[in-house]
Design a protein around this ligand. Structure first.
Ligand SMILES: C[S@@+](CC[C@H](N)C(=O)[O-])C[C@H]1O[C@@H](n2cnc3c(N)ncnc32)[C@H](O)[C@@H]1O
Length: 306
């Protein structure tokens, strides 16, 4: 009951309503739900009711989406929230969150992960106030998460995006399959067009504070060894490059700097957790799960920002 109230409050704060579709089967139930819907919205709900798999509807100003009760997304959706301060005292943050969410729902997956967006907002805020350092993403693909970083980072900072831009490398895959008995193949990720990636990140503004660095990591890092970083996002999926990323980039992170490693608890890519746990336990550091869908890990480098 408490959870139900909490969920309803969160959705109300967002200006959304969450409705159990079963309760719309009779008019009296409709009244009880206290939902104020336009006739268009009601029509859409009626259509969605026809599917027994669909249990919940999320109603926003943009329309109605449903999440099947048997889908893992169902639980993820219920858990989403925004900090109370965004609602009560920081309306500009709330509006910005909404803008980022809507943008990512369009450019990335239809169920783009709202927790990931909130956490990037909070964690990049922490990195932004440090006295020095640039921003780096390792594993950029089409540029979706890099776009998020670029929108949130200081405008006087620089974002470096490292990737083969041709998908996984043979030797990384070979090791992954050997270690974890997987059947990951080279063709799993597409080669991408660098101009399109750049346009995705800076919205076609031809910004000079984004660089794409093409090549196999760690080789591609040659020449960048002395870089100082305030924020790092690692999203490489596989054990070998993730291990290399941590060993190479951790020394470049300034005190107080933030590192996020995507897919920390993703069952498809167990090597990420192994690389993170092995590396940070050897330093007596605990990585904290971020609570997003693929359970990224967050690590903040201790020490006084200089
Ligand atoms: C899951 S995708 C990144 C998705 C992206 N961060 C996003 O959220 O939109 C993983 C990327 O890691 C890159 N990658 C994997 N191993 C690599 C390596 N050893 N060197 C460079 N890039 C690598 C792949 O080419 C792929 O584009």
């Amino acid at each position: 009951m408490y959870l139900k109230t909490a969920v309803q409050r969160c959705f109300n704060a967002l200006g959304w309503q969450i409705i159990r579709l079963e309760t719309f089967r009779t008019l009296s139930d409709r009244a009880e739900s206290q939902a104020e819907l336009s006739s268009d919205q009601e029509d859409q709900i009626e259509k969605k009711i026809s599917s027994e798999l669909k249990k919940f509807a999320i109603v926003s100003k943009d329309g109605i989406s449903t999440v099947g009760a048997d889908s893992p997304l169902h639980d993820f959706y219920l858990m989403q929230r925004m900090p109370d301060t965004y609602v009560t005292t920081m309306p500009e943050k709330r509006a910005f969150y909404r803008e980022l969410f809507d943008e990512h729902a369009k450019i990335a997956e239809p169920w783009y992960d709202p927790v990931r967006i909130i956490q990037f907002m909070n964690l990049i805020d922490i990195a932004n106030v440090l006295p020095e350092g640039d921003y780096l993403e390792l594993g950029t693909l089409m540029g979706h998460s890099a776009r998020l970083i670029w929108r949130l980072m200081r405008s006087d900072g620089h974002l470096y995006c490292f990737d083969t831009f041709e998908g996984f490398a043979d030797n990384d895959i070979e090791e992954e399959n050997k270690l974890f008995g997987k059947k990951i193949s080279v063709g799993m990720l597409p080669a991408v067009n660098l101009d399109e990636v750049k346009d995705c990140i800076d919205g076609g503004t031809n910004a000079d504070n984004v660089s794409l660095v093409k090549g196999w990591f760690p080789e591609s890092f040659q020449g960048y060894e002395n870089i100082k970083l305030r924020f790092v996002h690692v999203d490489l999926d596989l054990y070998l490059p993730t291990k290399a990323a941590l060993e190479t980039l951790w020394p470049c992170l300034v005190p107080g700097g933030v590192m996020i490693v995507h897919d920390y608890a993703c069952s498809l890519f167990p090597g990420v957790k192994k690389a993170v746990d092995d590396f940070f336990s050897s330093l007596d550091i605990t990585a904290i799960p971020m609570g997003d869908i693929q359970e990224s890990a967050v690590i903040i480098k201790s020490g006084k920002p200089q």
